[in-house]
Design a protein around this ligand. Sequence first.
Ligand SMILES: Cc1cc2nc3c(=O)[nH]c(=O)nc-3n(C[C@H](O)[C@H](O)[C@H](O)COP(=O)(O)OP(=O)(O)OC[C@H]3O[C@@H](n4cnc5c(N)ncnc54)[C@H](O)[C@@H]3O)c2cc1C
Length: 406
Amino acid sequence: MNAELKFINEQLERIFEKKDIISNPIHLIAYKTDASMIKGQALFTVFPENIDQIRRLILFAGRQNLKLVPRGGGTGLVGGAVPNNSVVVDLSKMVKISQFSEDEKTIFVEPGVILEKLNCFLKDYKLMFPVIPSSHKVCTIGGMIATNAVGLRAVKYGRTSSNVLELHLLDGKGKVHILKDRSAIGSEGILGFIVGAKLALEKIPQKKSLSFYEFSELDLLVDKVTDLKKTKGVSAIEYIDKKSSLMIGLEENYHLLVEFENELGDYSDAQKMNEIWSLREGLRTIYGNEGYLTIEDPVLPLSKMKEFLLWCEERDIPCYSHIGVGIVHNQFRQDQRDLIDEMLKYAISLGGKVSGEHGIGILKKKYLSNEIKYNIEKLKKTYDPKNILNPNKIIDFKSQYWSDRL
Ligand SMILES: Cc1cc2nc3c(=O)[nH]c(=O)nc-3n(C[C@H](O)[C@H](O)[C@H](O)COP(=O)(O)OP(=O)(O)OC[C@H]3O[C@@H](n4cnc5c(N)ncnc54)[C@H](O)[C@@H]3O)c2cc1C
C-alpha cells in the first residue's frame, strides 16, 4: 500500500471499525464490477452501519478528493456501482425496518434492506411492497430507488417512484434532505446516498388468474393491449415474440401473457400459474444459454410498438416485453453487438427512450439529450458540487473542484 492509501486507510479507521473496511486487493476484486460485468477498481470498500459514518466519510472524501460509489445488491446492469479508483460504500449493514403501520400500509426502511426480506416480513400482515424486479432476491430498496426499478406488475402498481412516500437523501455536502417529491428517485447514486425511505405498501391480492392470448398479427395484439390496459384488475401484460413462444412450448405466434387480480383469467390454480410465470421468467436464461447474452431495455410508445418489434424480428433479435408499460427486453448475440447502438437510436427516433428500467450508468450516457444532461448537471451542482458521489455515471460532470489526481 503506498503512502497515500495508507493515510486514507488510517482515516477510514477513524470512522469505521476495522472489520467494516476491506483494503486487501484480493478481496476488493469482488467489488470491481456489478451485474454489468464492466470492470473498475475499488481502493477500499466500507460497510457503514449508520448515517453519521457516511456523513463523516463524505466530509473526509471532500477534503481528500476521494470518490465514493454507493452499492446495494450489485445487480445493476449498466455499471452504476462500478468503482473507478473510488471507495465502494456497501450499504448491506443498514437494514433496519421501523415505523411499520399496518393500518396506514406504510413502513420506513434503511437502504440495504433486500426486497425479498422486506416482503417476507410483510407477508404475515398480508401486505407487500408491490414493485418486484426479477432480481428481488438480491436487490436492495436503496438500489431500487436509485434506479427507479420496475417490476412485472407495473401496469397496476407503477414503478418504484410510485410507491415511495418520503426519501432521505444524504448529499455530497453531508446534508440530509427529506424529499417528498420524486426529484432524486432514479439518480443512480450521483446526487446522494439514499439513507432511508418511507414506502407505501399494498395488500397481497387474494385472487389471481392468468390468460394467454395468441395473435398472428401485431396490429391485433397492440389493440388488445390497449383494451387490457383499461380492464379492471389487470396487473401484468407481457409480450412474447414468435421465436420465444416456440421456445417455451407455445405455437409459433405472438402471445400475450396477462395476469388478473381477479378471476377473469383462464388459469387460477396456484401451481399452474407458477409454472407459467417461470416459463416467461426463464426466457432470459434460455436465451443466455443460446448465446444471446446481452439484454437491453428500451421503452417505446405503444403506437410505435409494432414497427419496433418487427424491426427486431427482421434482424433475429428475440424480444419479450413488459408491453403494458412499453418496456421491451431484447437480447443480442455477441455477433449482433453492433445492432445494439442501431436499435437504441431507432427507439429514440420512434419517440422512445434507451432505458425503461436498468438506468443509464456508464453504458448509456451517450444517448442522453443535451437538455436532460443540463438538468442533471443543475441537480449535481446543488447536491454534490465537488463531484464526490459516483462520478462519471449518467453524465460526465466536471466540478470546479475537479482534480484528476486519483
Ligand atoms: C437477473 C437480473 C434481473 C433484473 N431484473 C430487473 C427488473 O425486473 N426490473 C428492473 O428494474 N431492474 C432489473 N434488474 C436491474 C437491477 O437489479 C435493478 O436495477 C435493482 O434495482 C438494482 O438494485 P441493487 O441493490 O442491486 O443496486 P446496485 O446494483 O448495487 O446499484 C445500482 C445503482 O444504484 C446506486 N445505489 C445503490 N444503492 C444506493 C443508495 N443507497 N443510495 C444511492 N445510490 C445507490 C448505485 O450506485 C448504482 O448506481 C435486474 C438485474 C439482474 C441482474
